[in-house]
Design a protein around this ligand. Structure first.
Ligand code: ATP
Ligand code: MG
Length: 385
C-alpha cells in the first residue's frame, strides 16, 4: 500500500467563497509536484488533504515542502476504525522513532462522531497501550517530546510529525507576473516572495553579450531552476539587450544611463507581460539600496509602466534579503562573480536624484518606440524545469 501524508493548509481555509477555488488549485499543484511517483492519489476532506504516494518518504516530503499553500506535512499511518487497530498503529508508529528517554502524549481528534469512544477516552487507551508495551518512555501532557496524534475519520490515522510546508497561497490563484530577474541576490528573493502569494511568474533577463558573458546567462538559468522547483517549471525570456544598451550609451547621457536603461527594461518587460497574460512586473528593488533605487529613481522608472510594478523586498535591508536567499537556496548562485549589464554599465557618477525633466530631455534624443522594438526583436524563450 502507498504511503500516506496528511497535508494541512492554513490561510486558504479562511477564504470563504473562494475556498473551493483555492483547494482545487492546491490539489492540482500537489499532483504536479508528485507526478514522478507511482500510485499517487489525492483526496480532500474538511481541512485536510490526504496524499497517497509510493517512493522514498524524504523525496515525497521534499516535493511537498515546495508546494505553496501547504502549512504542514505529516507522514501518517492509516488503520481500521476499531481500538485494537488504532492502538497497534500508534505503537508501531512510535517504535519508528527514537523514543527512549522521551516523554509523550496522545492527542485525539474525532470528526467522525459515529465512533463510540470520545476523544479523551481514545487518547487514554492509546497512551496506556504505549506505556504497557514500551520501556523508557513517560507521559507528559504539558510539554511532551513526542505528540502522537490520532484522527478518527472514515478510517483511523496516526501521525506524530508535523513538518512545516512553505505556507502562502497555491501558485496560480493570484494570476501571473513578469519577474525582472538579474543574476543578483535581490530579484530571485522577490520572485520567491511573490510566488508565495500565489502569483505565477515568467522571468525576463536582459542579456548584453559580449559585455556580459554567457556564463552570466547560465547563472540566471540556474537561479530560475531554483524557483522552478516551486512551480514545476517556468519560461525564462532572455532579451538580447546589447543593441539597446549600445544605442543608449552613444548620446552623452552617461549619468542618466542607469535610469534610461531601467525605463527600457520596463517598457520591454511590459510588452512581454502583455504577450503572456501577466498583469504586473516584479523587481528586486529595495529603497535606498543603490543610486538607482532612490524615491526619485523609482518614480522615474514607474513613470513608463502601464501595469503595476511590485517590489516585494522594498522594505528589507540587505542582510534580511541575503538571509532569505540562503534559506531558499539562491544565495550561492547569486554570489558567483559574473557581472550583469548593470555592473558593467554603471556610470561613473550616477545621478541619485534624477530630475524627471532631465530624463525626458535625454530620451528625446532617441526613438523610444523603435528602441523598444529593437529589444523585442531577439527574445529567446527557455523552458526551465
Ligand atoms: P539584484 O540583486 O536583483 O540584481 P540589485 O540590488 O543589484 O538587484 P539593480 O542592479 O539596481 O539592483 O537592479 C534592480 C532590479 O532591476 C533588479 O532587482 C531586477 O529586478 C532588475 N534588473 C536589473 N538588471 C537586470 C537584468 N539584467 N535583467 C533583468 N532584470 C534586471
Ligand atoms: Mg543587480
Amino acid at each position: 500500500m502507498s504511503n500516506l501524508y496528511l497535508v494541512s493548509f492554513g490561510e486558504i481555509a479562511l477564504k470563504g467563497e473562494n475556498r473551493p477555488f483555492f483547494e482545487r488549485i492546491l490539489i492540482q499543484r500537489i499532483k504536479q509536484a508528485l507526478s514522478n511517483f507511482e500510485n499517487v492519489s489525492i483526496r480532500k476532506t474538511h481541512g485536510r488533504i490526504y496524499c497517497f504516494a509510493d517512493g522514498p518518504k524524504e523525496e515525497v516530503i521534499g516535493r511537498l515542502k515546495k508546494v505553496f499553500g501547504i502549512v504542514s506535512i505529516s507522514p501518517a499511518y492509516p488503520c481500521e476504525l476499531d481500538m485494537d487497530s488504532i492502538k497497534a498503529a500508534a505503537l508501531s508508529a512510535i517504535k519508528e522513532m527514537d523514543y527512549n528517554g522521551k516523554t509523550f502524549k496522545v492527542e485525539t481528534r474525532r470528526p467522525n462522531k459515529s465512533f463510540p469512544l470520545k476523544s479523551p477516552d481514545v487518547s487514554r487507551e492509546v497512551g496506556a497501550h504505549i506505556l504497557k508495551n514500551l520501556k523508557g518512555i513517560k507521559v507528559d501532557v504539558h510539554h511532551p517530546d513526542i505528540e502522537v496524534n490520532v484522527e478518527i475519520r472514515e478510517k483511523g490515522f496516526v501521525y506524530y510529525e508535523r513538518m512545516p510546508g512553505p505556507g502562502g497561497l497555491p501558485l496560480g490563484c493570484n494570476g501571473k507576473a513578469v519577474l525582472l530577474l538579474s543574476g543578483g541576490i535581490d530579484s530571485p528573493v522577490a520572485g520567491y516572495m511573490i510566488m508565495k502569494r500565489g502569483v505565477e511568474i515568467e522571468p525576463v533577463y536582459f542579456h548584453s553579450f559580449p559585455f556580459t558573458s554567457d556564463r552570466a546567462k547560465e547563472k540566471v538559468i540556474d537561479l530560475c531552476r531554483v524557483l522552478a522547483a516551486y512551480s514545476g517549471g517556468m519560461r525564462l525570456h532572455v532579451v538580447n539587450f546589447t543593441d539597446v544598451l549600445k544605442q543608449l550609451g552613444t548620446k552623452g547621457t552617461d549619468e542618466l544611463l542607469t535610469i534610461l536603461m531601467r525605463r527600457m527594461m520596463v517598457r520591454i518587460s511590459q510588452e512581454i507581460a502583455a504577450r503572456v497574460g501577466a498583469k504586473a512586473l516584479v523587481t528586486g528593488e529595495s529603497i535606498g539600496q543603490v543610486a538607482s533605487q532612490t524615491m526619485e529613481a523609482l518614480n522615474a522608472t514607474n513613470e513608463v509602466a502601464k501595469i503595476p510594478i511590485f517590489r516585494p523586498v522594498i522594505g528589507f535591508d540587505k542582510v534580511e534579503i541575503m538571509d532569505m536567499a540562503k534559506k531558499i537556496g539562491t544565495y550561492d548562485i547569486s554570489i558567483e562573480p559574473y557581472a550583469d549589464c548593470c555592473t558593467v554599465f554603471v556610470p561613473e557618477h550616477p545621478l541619485t536624484r534624477p530630475e524627471i525633466d532631465a530624463v525626458h530631455e535625454a530620451e528625446e534624443k532617441f526613438d523610444i518606440e523603435e528602441l523598444t522594438k529593437t529589444g523585442l526583436e531577439d527574445v529567446e524563450v527557455i523552458e526551465v524545469v
